[in-house]
Design a binder for this molecule. Structure first.
Ligand code: NAP
Length: 496
């Protein structure tokens, strides 16, 4: 097989939905014009509403326009769209699967893909198990080539439900055929964490509890819940962001160097970190975690409504739209170093950043006792800016012996004027090539849920009497600042 230009049919379940239109079609197109897809591919869109192939292809073109992809040559777009087909379908209907299988067989011939099939589940999670089972029982997984299942978040809503789902899909697909998407793992600077750590003699020797005082990960949004209230009311920020994206970043920051850059090696190091996460007992949750829910406020000069006033939310909703937490990793490298995380909606800025704060020198001649110190800090900018900033101290110019803070910046955006590939584009390409490194293994999912469960159980049992407790446009409730202050730290400003 030519691994650089893989051949496959890609079946997208939920092809009329938001994810398919905003992310998947543009990503497949970028792979196509980037020469990363051979001519041997076909995309089959599947959803309930009736549509002809032509109507579906028109939708695909519209999705490309919406994604602001420059269309330089209509003929290329038309050629791309000729690989797209639509199959009206109902998840629970056996006949739908059989007719889909017939279509796949004929497209397999037409595009000469050697029986390779990707089944991408871009649908509501309650359908994941049923689809996987039916793919097997109706013979769609019986193919001459390879088969892969791509599955979106959320993977369950707690440990037992994740286990149940996993058993169902493992009945039809083996672990190495399952690609659980965490799109953060496709982001340029998240992938860069390993390179920054393991390719720089400057950082790796310092990357431990002897030199690092604390690590902070923030992922903030300015948007509110929008039209996702029906999902979000059941999920909240803890399940939506912490169980997956935030814990994945913690794992990448804390893992030991893998012996080789291979899927199994990288994943097993991440698993070890998640295993070393200190579990929080249900009675201790308030000591380690803070929850928040946004009130009315002002963002970018515009007044916004509170969470409980949003369409589809409960007037007395207990759902958290903000989480801050302190995580401890009980292993030799990290004992005693807090990893602080925070994520929320309707915050001051949209930003994902990692801050690594180094310990001070044993004796710092330039910052006498009583004077405020400026610790060295490495900031990894994940989004929207991509890059790193190193904060160091230097002598202020002139005869004085004073010091000034200096920033050493590397910005991916300005160095590389090309758009960095969308996370979905990169992950789809990895899946086509059979590289599962940047997808989450079941062991990671299982351990993450085990960590999260006691927190969500405590919060479900004890209603938050102070909700809403932060104004839209702020950086969350004051308890989030106190979480760090009681350890002698503070959140590093996001505009640094
Ligand atoms: P969505 O816009 O609601 O789309 C759902 C899709 O499922 C539609 O195409 C719908 O089409 C189809 N569908 C619903 N019931 C069906 C049935 N019984 N049989 C066949 N098709 C059915 O959802 P989405 O936002 O694209 O999200 C899809 C998945 O991706 C979810 O698991 C979500 O959590 C995950 N995800 C989404 C995003 C995002 O940015 N949107 C980000 C991360 C993860 P018809 O109505 O035509 O049937």
């Amino acid at each position: 097989m030519n691994i650089e230009n893989p051949k496959s049919l890609i079946v997208i379940f939920g092809a009329t939905g938001d994810l398919a239109n905003r992310k998947l079609f543009p990503s497949i197109y970028r792979l196509f014009i980037g020469g990363k897809l051979s001519k041997h591919f076909g995309v089959i869109g599947v959803a309930r509403r009736p549509k002809t192939n032509d109507e579906f292809r028109t939708n695909v073109k519209e999705a490309l326009q919406e994604a602001s992809i420059p269309v330089s040559d209509e003929a290329i777009i038309d050629e791309f769209c000729r690989h797209f087909f639509y199959h009206p379908f109902d998840v629970t209907n056996k006949d739908s699967y059989q007719s889909l299988n017939q279509l796949l067989s004929s497209l397999d011939e037409q595009f000469q893909v050697g029986g390779n099939r990707i089944f991408y589940l871009a649908m509501a999670p309650e359908f994941f198990g049923t689809i996987a089972s039916k793919l097997k029982s109706e013979g769609l997984t019986d193919t001459a080539g390879w088969k892969r299942l791509v599955i979106e978040k959320p993977f369950g809503h707690n440990s037992p439900s994740a286990e149940e789902l996993n058993e169902k899909i493992r009945d039809a697909f083996s672990e190495d055929e399952i690609y659980r998407i965490d799109h953060y793992l496709g982001k340029e600077m998240v992938q860069n964490i390993e390179v920054i750590r393991f390719a720089n003699a400057l950082f790796e020797p310092l990357w431990n509890n002897r030199y690092i005082s604390n690590i902070q990960i923030t992922s903030s949004e300015t948007l509110g819940v929008g039209d996702r209230a029906s999902y979000y009311e059941k999920s909240g920020a803890l399940r939506d962001m912490v169980q997956n994206h935030m814990l994945q970043m913690v794992a990448l920051l804390a893992m030991e160097p893998p012996s080789r850059l291979q899927t199994e090696e990288v994943r097993s190091e991440k698993v070890k970190v998640l295993r070393s996460l200190r579990r929080i007992h249900i009675d201790e949750v308030d000591d380690y975690f803070v929850r928040g829910q946004y009130d009315r406020g002002t963002i970018n000069g515009k007044e916004t409504i509170g969470y409980r006033e949003e369409n589809g939310t409960e007037p007395e909703s207990n759902t958290e739209t903000f989480v801050a937490g302190k995580l401890l990793i009980d292993n030799f490298r990290w004992a005693g170093v807090p990893f602080y995380i925070r994520t929320g909606k309707r915050m001051t800025v949209k930003s994902t950043k990692i801050v690594i704060e180094f310990k001070d020198m044993p004796m710092n001649l330039y910052f006498p006792a009583g004077e405020e110190r400026r610790p060295n800090v490495l900031v990894i900018h994940i989004q929207p800016d991509e890059g790193i900033t190193l904060h160091i101290n230097a002598k202020s110019s002139g005869p004085s012996s004073g010091t000034i803070p200096i920033k050493m910046d590397y910005s991916n955006n300005s160095v590389n004027s090309m758009n960095t590939p969308e996370a979905y584009e990169r992950l789809l390409y990895d899946c086509l090539r059979g590289d599962a490194t940047n997808f989450t293994h079941w062991d990671e999912v299982a351990l993450s849920w085990k960590f999260i469960d006691s927190i969500s159980e405590a919060w479900a049992m004890r209603k938050a009497n102070d909700f809403p407790n932060y104004a839209a446009g702020s950086m969350g409730p004051t308890q989030s600042d106190m979480l760090l202050e009681k350890d002698g730290f503070h959140w590093w400003p996001l505009d640094h």
